[in-house]
Design a protein around this ligand. Structure first.
Ligand SMILES: [Zn+2]
Length: 82
């Protein structure tokens, strides 16, 4: 496969012209959700995602034809498309 362009330079799918894409995220690990026994809000669940391993795949794919259309950099491209 030829080198894909950075996703932010892709304005439309070169294969089908689609304007939507997706990145597959792989989650593994376990988390904890803490609740108070009296039902009140306020339990500390801030560490809930600490045990999760977050490994986004680096290829962005067209939502329509599912072909790879660009490279995804989570730290750079994540905020740009939020
Ligand atoms: Zn497409």
């Amino acid at each position: 496969m030829s080198k894909l362009p950075p996703i932010q330079t892709v304005k439309a799918c070169p294969h089908c012209g689609g304007d939507q894409f997706f990145v597959v995220y792989v989650f593994s690990g376990k988390g904890e959700a803490h609740h108070l026994l009296n039902g009140e809000a306020g339990a500390d669940s801030s560490g809930m995602h600490d045990g999760l391993k977050f490994v986004p795949q680096v290829t962005a794919k067209c939502s329509d034809c599912k072909k790879a259309i660009g490279r995804w950099d989570e730290s750079k491209d994540g905020p740009a498309y939020s």
